[in-house]
Every structure is written in C-alpha cells, then in structure tokens.
Design a protein around this ligand. Structure first.
Ligand code: 0RA
Length: 638
C-alpha cells in the first residue's frame, strides 16, 4: 500500500495505544529525558541530531543543517536516506508516522550497526514529539516529498505527499511545549559546542548551524577528525610534537580510534566517547587505553635503554603527564553505567582497546623514533617529579595534614559529623569569612576562608601544590586526600559551596577553585558535591519593604513592584563583606532562602579551558581570547 492511500486517522486500537504512549511521556517527562529544565531541553535537541548522526555512521549522510528559528522552534535537516514512509508491517500505517509516535526507530529498524542504549540516550524521537507543542517532519524519498504535522505528539492529518523531491533526506522541526517543559529557550552555546564536537568525531561531515534569533551562522567541518580535535584542545599550550598521533583499528565488532599529543604541561586531558556520546566518567575503554599506553611506553623505554633493567618502570601517571587525547570507540551494544550514565561498562571492550592501542602505538613508535624519544623523555621526567612529590607527601602526612588528624586552623567546623548534612563554605577573604561564621548555622555549616590568590594547579605539580597553604587547608578540610590516594568515601561535607565576590577577583578565585576540583577531585563534581552560592547584587528598600535582587533585571522588576524610584534606597553590594551576618545568611546561606548552582562537569571544564587560555604560555591565543571576550572576562558568569 502506498502511503498516499492510508486512510484518515481513525480511533482504532493502535491509535489508542499511541495516545496512551504520548500521555505517559507527557505525564512523566523526567523518566524519558531526565528533567524538564535546560538539560531536558538539550536532550530533545540531542535526540533529533543523534538520529541524523546515525545516518552519518551508516555512511548515508554527509550534511546536517541545524537551525534555531525565531519562533523558538528548532530544525534538523539531513541528506540521509530519509525515514521510510512505506506501510509498517505490524501497525499498517506509514513507518514514518510510527517512528514519530510510538517506536524507537534506532532499535526497531537496525539501520546502523552502532546504536546507543541505556539511560537518557536514544529514547526515540516520539518522546521529542510528545513534548512538543508541534512537530513537523519532511522526508525526501522515492522522488517525493512527504509531510506530516503533529501537535503534542498526535498527528493532525495523515501523511501527505507534497511534491517532487531531489535527493533524499529528513527534516524535523519542533517547538518544545511550554506546558510540560520548564525551559523552552535553546542555548546557542551548548548546541554549537555539541555540533562542533560531532563534526570532530565524524570526520568529513558538514554541519551548518544557524541561529535566526541573532542572525548568526557557523559551519563545522573537520576532515582531520579527532586528530584536529586534539590540535584544537592543545591550541593554547605548547605541543611537544606535530601532528598528533592518530591510531585506528578494529577488534571484533568494536571500532577504535585514538588521537593523542603531549604538551609541556602536567595534566592528563583525555576525552572519551562511545558511539559519539561523551563518557565523562570513563569506563572500560579508557581503562584499556591507559593500560596500553603504560605497557607500550614501558616496553619501548626498556628496549631502547631509557629505563634500565632493574629499575622500577614508568607508572600510568608518568606516561599521562601532559597528555591530550581523544578516544572514540564504536561499540555494538554499549552499556552505560553510573548515576549519570557517563561510564562504559562493557567488560570485553577493555581488552579490545588495549590490544588495538598497544599494537598500533608500538608500530607508530617504530616508525617515528623522534616522537618516541620525546615521549619517553617527558615520562622519565614525570617519574622523577613523582618521587619528589612522594617525599613531599610523606612530609605532609607526618605533619598530620592529609589524614584529617589536624584540621586547618582557619576552618570553623560544624558540629554535625554526618557528611550527608554537612556543608563547607569556601569564602573569599578573611572579612567575609568572619561574617559567614557569624551568619552560619554552626550545626551543619562549616566555613573555610581563603585569602589572596589560590595556586593555579594548571601550572603546578603535586609537590608544589602541597606547599601551598590554601591548597593544604582545602584538602585537609575536605578529607578525601589527593593524588593516587584519593578516597571519596572520606568526604566530610556533601556540599562544598564556593562563595566569592561578584567582581573580577571573585571570578578569578572561583575559576581557580573550579579548576582545582576539575583536575584534582573530579568525582566531587561528577557526583554533584560542588556548588556556587548566589549572593545578591542589590538591596532595595522602601519604607518597611525590603527585597534583594540577584541580577539587574530583578532589580528593575523590584523597582516596578515597589511603584518606582520614589523613597527607594538601593544598595549595590560590591562584595560579600558589605553584608552583615544576618543579611548574608538570609540571602545566600540559609537553605530554603538561598539559591545554589550545582556545578556540572561541563561548567568546570569550561572554567579550566578559560584558565588555560588566560594563564597559558602561548601569548597569541590569550591576546585573541581577551580581545574577543573582554566583556565576559570581567563579568565571568560560571
Ligand atoms: C529507519 C530506516 C532507515 C533510515 C531511517 C530510519 C532514518 C531515520 C532518521 C532520523 C533522522 N534522519 C533519519 N534518516 C534515516 C533506512 C532506510 C533505507 O534503508 O532506505
């Protein structure tokens, strides 16, 4: 049966099933997309884009156009094969309609080998449809253009053929439904960042992004794939060799790609992806890659006499010092684990990645001895520094600093010993620290004042870090330890709250602290223990009425509520220190009254990148960045 001859919608058994499915999604959106805030909205965008990316993975699509329209809708258009419109064998309706209303196309049609499963990934475009005020799909296939419109997930008319078509492809345009979604405004930067990432991960695809709201557009295309990704990540630092090492191999059905380059810094920045999904918490693929790196470089170093036979070898930390890498694997049936489904669980993948990376890296080093020498030189230096760090740590332990034995003198601890209810405020400056101490609830709120500049951990090794008084106090107060010995079960406060001034210095300290957590205690962030306190910018009073405003817009709203400027006093807080204890408590610290922002891994990553650019050695990108972002830098909003 050709789709044109499908009868008008009738309320038969299958359409009732559709409506029930839709109302289940609309009743509990969180079950399908995690939440209905900006994150949930982003899931809707991801779902639609990932479907087009699946066509790229199938080798059937070369271009994707993403547009945020001025009416608030978003469209994704691809030149893939087009969603099938032919009658579905089971449902006796056009497959397109079934995909849009019931089925999870990715799993039921097996159009590509690599698909995603588990958690929030790949829930099906019918979920997007159910959460949209309207959705329109256009498919080009068999020389025709097909069109169908849905409202809140239900078709408003049968699939129609609207005219002839050249080529094939799918375009989905949807407007998120404000009655079920808390947020309906797409965030341009988040979308652009993901599209750029996808263009690196899928070498050769062209992704055009247009935002009609500000008439901007950008094209992402990277023929060099993840090798260019690594170059981009290293653009603000000094790379030790050019171009990045690129390895590609298959083991069984798993496809493995690695790009890596070392820089003269000390950190390991490895981004890992499974079927184009970022696995921020690592997993078996990352474990396999690390094992391969350690084994291959140790073999190489011994064979060439860089490490003598009886000497202890290079550790994993040694060979990862200054490493920037992207690992991208394609796995047939990925299992995503952990609270945020950001860790790969498939046990077979470890051995596959280890074998592939070992073989290909050994081969590469054979053929590029100069690069091999550079790598080993760097790792041997790291091993020497590790020895120095161990000595420094032993010294600190003897002083009782790392085992919680002696808490730092500056810490005003709380009474409770139940970490789940305890909060640690990291406060900028001794004076604000004093106010916070008076304003806190000492039962469960602890205060640690931090004065002056915190050490930039981007530029310091562990031994140097441990010589810094602030860093030592921070580590001791938090309780989890540092380096290889980190143990999150010893966390003393489940909320660690950054409370800094709303000025440039405050932004700087916040960026440094976020970088510290991102680099040295990343699980505190990924498990949601790090927060930013929101202090008010204004105190607005009129007669016996009083309000605090956290933004300029809020201040204007308050002024309107108060009936204008007459008799109003506005105080602008330049720092936390200008508030008294009661004010600070009631605006910023007391649960119920305050607003806390939970820091995400992405927030912290951005802080880290910003810091690298601002503090990095490469002058040119720093100058360019400061010129381009002059306003934001003074108004850092993380
Ligand atoms: C099922 C089967 C085939 C393609 C698709 C779905 C498909 C889905 C989407 C979603 C967005 N863009 C898409 N492009 C294609 C394979 C059809 C065939 O073999 O012709």
């Amino acid at each position: 049966m050709a789709p044109e001859s499908v009868q008008p919608l009738a309320y038969d058994a299958s359409s009732i099933q559709v409506l029930e499915g839709l109302s289940a999604v609309r009743k509990r959106p969180g079950m399908y997309i995690g939440s209905t805030d900006a994150r949930g909205l982003y899931q809707l965008f991801s779902e639609v884009v990932d479907n087009s990316i699946d066509e790229v993975l199938a080798g059937a699509c070369t271009q994707i156009d993403v547009t945020v329209h001025s009416d608030g809708s978003l469209s994704v258009r691809d030149n893939g094969r087009g969603i099938p419109v032919e009658e579905h064998p089971k449902y006796h309706r056009p497959t397109l309609e079934i995909v849009m209303t019931v089925l999870h196309a990715g799993s039921k049609f097996d159009r590509t080998a690599y698909k995603v499963s588990g958690g929030l990934h790949g829930v099906g475009v019918h979920v997007v449809n159910a959460l949209s005020e309207w959705l329109e799909v256009r498919v080009r296939r068999n020389g025709h253009t097909y069109f169908q419109r849905y409202e809140r997930g239900a078709p408003v008319a049968p699939l129609e053929t609207t005219g002839p078509a050249e080529g094939t492809g799918t375009e989905t345009r949807f407007k998120p439904d404000g009655t079920v979604m808390e947020t309906t405004v797409f965030d341009k930067e988040t979308i652009a960042r993901r599209l750029k990432e996808l263009s690196f991960l899928n070498a050769g695809v062209t992704i055009n992004f247009r935002d009609e709201r500000d008439h901007s557009s950008e094209t992402f295309h990277h023929a060099g794939g993840i090798a260019e990704f690594v170059e981009d990540m290293n653009r603000t630092v000094t790379a030790l060799f050019q171009p990045p090492i690129y390895l590609h191999a298959k083991r069984d059905t798993t496809d493995i790609e690695v790009a890596m380059q070392y820089n003269d810094g000390y950190n390991d920045t490895t981004l890992a992806f499974v079927n184009n999904i970022n696995t921020a918490d690592g997993g078996t693929h990352v474990v396999g890659m690390r094992a391969a790196l350690t084994r291959t470089l140790n073999d190489y170093a011994r064979q060439r006499g860089f490490v003598k036979g009886d000497k202890e070898g290079l550790t994993g930390e040694d060979v990862r010092e200054g490493l920037t890498a992207v690992l991208s694997v394609k796995v047939l049936e990925p299992q995503f684990e952990g609270q945020t489904k950001a860790r790969l669980g498939n046990s077979e993948v470890k051995g596959q990645v280890e074998s592939a990376v070992h073989d290909k890296l050994a081969e590469f080093l054979e053929e590029h001895p100069a690069v091999g020498q550079t790598l080993i030189g760097k790792a041997v230096q790291a091993a020497q520094a590790r020895e120095a760090a161990r000595k420094a740590r032993e010294l600190t332990r003897r002083k009782g600093l790392l085992d919680g034995g002696g808490l730092p003198g500056k810490l005003a601890d709380c009474h409770s010993r139940d970490p789940a209810e305890c909060e640690l405020f990291l406060v900028e400056g001794d004076s604000a620290g004093g106010t916070a101490k008076q304003g806190r609830d000492r039962e469960f709120q602890a205060i640690l004042p931090l004065r002056g500049k915190i050490l930039n951990v981007e530029k310091a090794r562990l031994d140097q870090m441990l010589q810094n008084e602030h860093i030592r106090a921070l580590i001791t107060a938090i309780g989890v330890g540092i380096g290889d010995e980190i143990d999150i079960s010893r966390l003393r406060y489940h909320k660690i709250i950054l409370m800094t001034d709303a000025d440039v210095d405050g932004a700087h300290i916040r960026t440094l602290l976020l970088t510290f957590f991102y680099r040295k205690m990343p699980m505190l962030i990924s498990e949601g223990h790090v927060y930013i306190a929101q202090a008010p910018l204004y105190r607005v009073a009129k007669g016996n009425r009083l309000a605090y405003a956290y933004t300029d817009e809020e201040r204007d709203r308050v002024l309107q509520e108060f009936g204008g400027m007459k008799g109003v006093t506005i105080q602008r807080y330049k720092g936390l220190g200008e508030m008294n204890a009661e004010q600070l408590a009631e605006t910023t610290m007391r649960p119920g009254a305050r607003t806390l922002l939970k820091v995400t891994v992405e927030d912290a990553g951005r802080a880290n990148e910003l810091l690298q650019t601002l503090m990095g050695e490469e002058v040119e990108p720093r100058r360019a960045y400061i010129q381009a972002h002059a306003v934001e830098v003074t108004n850092l909003d993380i």
